[in-house]
Structure formats: C-alpha cells, structure tokens
Write a protein that binds this ligand. Structure first.
Ligand code: ZN
Length: 138
C-alpha cells in the first residue's frame, strides 16, 4: 500500500456539508460525482496533499444511508492508494482480511476500488484504490 488516498465522510446533505467543509478548509470542493452503482453522490476537497471525500446517499438502501442510520454522520472509510489492486486483494485475502468485492469496481474520481469488511480491520472500513490508466479501463 502507498499513501492514504483520501478519507471518506458520510453526510446527510451534500449541499449543507459542502458549505460547511468549504468554510472549514477555506477552499471549495473541486468535484462532485455520482456513483450510481454505490448509490452515492460524492464531493471532493483538496487540503494540501490530502483529499477528503464527502458521501451522501442517493437512495434508502445505499450503504451510506445504512451507515448513517446505524452510526450517524462521520468518518466512513479510509482509502489507500495501491499500484496493483488485484495483487493487493489477493495478498490481503491470504492474510485473512474479508474483501467485500474481490473484483475491483469503478469508483469515484477515476479509480478502481475494493473494500475490506470493517469487522476484519478493527471496525475501520478500508478502501483500496488504484488510479485507472488507459490500459486498464473496464
Ligand atoms: Zn472513498
């Protein structure tokens, strides 16, 4: 694994939270993107070298809606940049981690992503992400 790619925060209203986090960071979000397959609207902020992703549910059965129902708003996942997501999935599976999707899927921000179940990582949902390059477009 390389660096932390971003931290994901679950919010009830992307509109309200965009305003709030723009005030907090002193800089507006640079991108809004819907990931239909995940049932989320996302908003990205850059803070120095770091990225923060806000996530809002687009439907009631979205994982974000369920998360907020159970735990309220707050930090939802930590995403790590990887060079070879398939190799990392194999490595982590072999180490006993529960991989939620063994086949990487297209996430927000031009990434291939896979998630590890929080119950195999001390309650923290981990996202692996690999930048999509020309040759690995799905
Ligand atoms: Zn994320």
């Amino acid at each position: 694994m390389n660096k932390i790619e971003h931290i994901g925060i679950a919010v009830k209203s992307l509109k309200d939270s965009n305003t709030l986090f723009t005030k907090l960071f002193g800089t507006p979000n640079y991108k809004i993107e819907t990931v239909e397959s995940e049932g989320v609207n996302t908003s990205f902020f850059k803070v120095g070298d770091n990225k923060i992703e806000l996530l809002e549910a687009t439907k009631e059965d979205s994982p974000i809606a369920k998360f907020i129902e159970k735990k309220g708003e707050g930090i939802h996942h930590i995403a790590f940049d990887v060079d070879d997501i398939e190799a990392e999935i194999m490595r982590l599976k072999a180490e006993g981690f529960i991989v939620l999707n063994e086949i990487p899927k297209k996430g927000a921000d031009n990434k291939l992503v896979a998630f590890l179940h929080p119950k195999s990582s001390n309650g923290v949902l981990i996202e692996l992400c690999q930048e999509i390059k020309q040759e690995n477009i799905l």
